[in-house]
Design a protein around this ligand. Sequence first.
Ligand code: OOB
Length: 543
Amino acid sequence: MLDGCTPWPAEFAARYRAAGYWTGETFGDFLTDRARRFADRVAVVGAGQRWTYAELDARAAATATGLARLGVAAGDRVVVQLPNVPELLEVVFALFRLGALPVYALPAHRAGEVAHLCTTTRASALVVADRHGGFDYRAMAEQLRARGDAPDLVLVAGEAGGLTPLAEARAAQADPSVFTRPDPADVAFFQLSGGTTGLPKLIPRTHDDYLYSVRASAEVCALGTDTVYLAALPAVHNFPMSSPGFLGVLHAGGTVVLASDPSPKTALALIETERVTITAVVPPIALLWLDAVEHGTQHDRDLSSLRVLQVGGAKFAPEAARRVRPVLGCTLQQVFGMAEGLVNYTRLDDPEDIATTTQGRPLSPADEIRIVDDADRPVPDGEVGHLLTRGPYTIRGYYRADEHNATAFTADGFYRTGDLVRRTPTGHLVVEGRAKDQINRGGEKVSAEEVENHILAHPAVHDAAVVGMSDPYLGERVCAYVIARTEPPSRGELLRFLRERGLATYKIPDRVEFVERFPATGVGKVSRRELRRELARRLDTTR
Ligand code: OOB
């Protein structure tokens, strides 16, 4: 396995192969095989384009050839930061053809995160869009390149300005002699962790492990050639990528429709016109859709094609969950997953009360679940504890992170999810809270420590503590408590400072409180719990 990654112990790998979970297929094989079987079916629709499986395959081969000529080789890492455009699929399958490794950045990431990804993985290329959501990625890429924080080779989907247009990288004729078939047990790509530490961690996923989760997810979600999946969330996130996501849909021979944004106006129109059968959203988007259909602007949309609405990424309140069937006329599937691996689903035939009140049960019979107390002892069944997990598609370690891995995993290889759960008698998990220093802002994960480090870099700041504050729409928002050195900076000045440091937009604090001191725990650490309580009291009195 790639240097800096933790392999599964040999006996586990042997077991997963013997059970048929790891099949030895690679992502390159995957597209070749689908293109052969489903050649003339439509694979992807988006940004005014409509490509069949054969076209997607041909484009991936031509782009792989062009990228090889530009110097991209087997084993190279390439940071891919694209919104939901068909070129995203073309580029990642081109990289798979070459045996190169995509490193996925979210469209919301800014210079800070992208620089970190490029430098930690020593990327040999960066692929961005021209503009998206009002942001110019070319300017960001040029700025990073000038600082030596991005590779020389920057490819742009769209208007390239002074950079290399992706269209130019596409060779006129594919040359299969440049293709490489990697070891299926090796890393295929990197996902990004929501994180609890100062810097986002990289998650190495192998062909074997990830393709298993894709296949099994496609089965649990009953996908077939008649499936039309709407990718409304950013497609590089694990949920719309593989749970079952666009990869699950390609596995089954269905059609992937890419939405530029998940607003009710854009997404519900696509459901109607493309006859979408299944889609995936985070809870705040589900709420927007429910309101828009029930009382709002989208009440006369024909959503009769929609069979399944998947909701996950953050806790979906049962009251909202119960509205899905009556308002949208489809089955709700809750999905509780993580980029590190484990994904739980409510099953499509689960009774309504289970679908609306639990976050599902593990995808695989080989997923091992432990629910433990603070000392790692199992809690009695039905009680709340820390969720630990191990299995055929859950990583054994983050990339180049020995120190962090020592605490993020148990000695026997269980991943500490940081989630507090209980198990129902039916074997379903209910997420009851979180023990990790992470804020879940409507499905977007914010590491408290990462934001604190950025605030601490401000010359007028003495100390900072970042906590989540409860929010009726997003579930949580980000609040920064700050102790100033002498004269506090203005709130606007501090936020501008954070933006200029290149922090993703969703990590910028929604609220800043200047205080004299922080409450302390028994041993003198900052008590985030006390800060959250204090914040709740403050919000209560200002309401
Ligand atoms: C998904 O992946 P990540 O890596 O962005 O975040 C994982 C974390 C979990 O550890 C948990 O804290 C939270 O997000 N989470 C949920 C949840 N789904 C995820 N908390 C409560 N209820 C849920 N349904 O978010 C992700 C990856 C694959 C599929 C779906 C979601």
